[in-house]
Design a protein around this ligand. Structure first.
Ligand SMILES: *Cc1c(COP(=O)(O)O)cnc(C)c1O
Length: 378
């Protein structure tokens, strides 16, 4: 089977993990601090706060910003459910914004409309912009809108470590950015996440929230707010630091693979569109199937698997998952672009160990499966 993804664990990390496990200090010590420093250095932002998942990073950020009942947060409709779930879990309301079909990212015009239509007593207090599949959203346009309305931007950069927009990484132009280190992301610690921000107060509150509300700067233990346990372990941190050292090579490799797919797939499907300003890191390589076969996507995924190629849907239309559909009454037509790309997207194998031969096989399998389907549909 040609796998969709294959997490990289550098060889030196294995030894480092063993050393940590036998050291007797397992949770949030010097290795977590070193990993935080490494990530802060990598993105060029002052504060980095490690937590135990990307979801924890987003949840901690919203709590630290004081988002709660009566508040609303604008968020991309096409994303992993975690982006919206953390808003719900703070007692706030997600205001979904439809996406641009070319980039899968928040449509600035849709954001502007959402901000102008604020009503019913909910007030948009933050904008969570998601960077889909390793490509940053248009932070020039979205940043301009957020600035004009004086609303802080939170970046769900779970998939976008290493990506840039107009040469700037996540966190450089906004209040805060959150990364994930789940095995499907750019670097992995098994589970893990990181908050990066230039805001010292937000960083300090996040440090307290991840550790039961303990003031990280006090000389003797003192609990200054009701916190959680979202701490990262030391052995995860050494995995992260080792993987981060390899990230630039990994990004180069992924870009080469994506360029080859772009060429080979151009006549069969719609390949990813990359705006001039975007430095895409291809956390996933997601194409759009022809409309004629949309209803058969599940069968296409199964037929590809039979031919030895693992594939998957891109990501989710959050408003039409059962919870949000029931709670807010959304239908497929509520966010038409999101519904369309949700139905047509297909994620193809992309990882550091993928070879050119693998790619030829993926493209041949997809071509064969699609022509069978297209014939069946005419
Ligand atoms: C993976 C992902 C998350 C959640 O990250 P975890 O580390 O799995 O909790 C949130 N948002 C997006 C866009 C993601 O892709």
């Amino acid at each position: 089977m040609i796998r969709l993804a294959s997490p990289e664990i550098p060889e030196d990390a294995l030894h480092a993990v063993r050393d940590v496990l036998t050291s007797g200090w397992l949770v949030q010590g010097k290795h977590v601090a070193a990993f935080e420093e490494a990530v802060a250095g990598f993105v060029g932002i002052e504060h980095a706060v490690a937590v135990n998942s990307g979801t924890s990073a987003l949840h901690t950020t919203l709590l630290a910003m004081g988002v709660g009942p009566g508040d609303a947060v604008a968020v991309s409709a096409y994303s992993y459910v975690a982006s919206a779930n953390v808003i719900e879990l703070c007692g706030a309301t997600p205001v979904f914004v439809d996406v641009d079909p070319r980039t899968f990212n928040m449509d600035p015009a849709g954001l502007e409309r959402a901000l102008q239509q604020q009503a019913n007593g909910v007030r948009i207090v933050a904008i969570m912009v998601v960077h889909a599949f390793g490509q940053m959203a248009d932070l020039d346009a979205i940043g301009e809108i957020a600035g004009r309305h004086q609303i802080p931007l939170i970046e769900d950069a779970a998939c976008a470590l290493g990506a840039t927009w107009s040469g700037k990484p996540p966190g450089a132009t906004t209040r805060v950015a959150c990364f994930s280190f789940h095995p499907r992301k750019a670097i992995t610690t098994g589970e893990g996440g990181m908050i990066v921000t230039a805001d010292a107060h937000l960083a300090a509150t996040s440090r307290a929230l991840r550790n039961h509300g303990q003031d990280a700067t006090a000389s003797s233990p003192d609990f200054v707010l009701p916190g959680l346990n979202y701490r990262m372990t030391e052995f995860q941190a050494v995995l992260g630091s080792a993987a981060l050292r390899q990230l630039p090579q990994s990004i180069t490799r992924r870009r080469e693979l994506a360029a080859r797919y772009d060429e080979l797939l151009a006549d069969i499907v719609e390949v990813p569109k990359v705006p001039e300003a975007s430095g895409h890191v291809y956390q996933s390589y997601v194409v759009l199937l022809p409309v004629a076969v949309a209803k058969a996507r599940a069968e296409i995924i199964a037929a590809l698997a039979q031919r030895g190629v693992e594939s998957n849907i891109g990501t989710w239309s959050i408003p039409t998952t059962t919870y949000y559909r029931k709670r807010y009454g959304y239908v497929d037509e509520s966010f038409p672009v999101t519904s369309e790309v949700f139905a047509l997207s297909l994620s193809l194998p992309l990882h550091d160990k993928l070879t050119a031969q693998d790619q030829f096989e993926v493209v041949a399998a997809l071509g064969a499966v699609l022509s069978e389907r297209l014939e069946a549909s005419t």
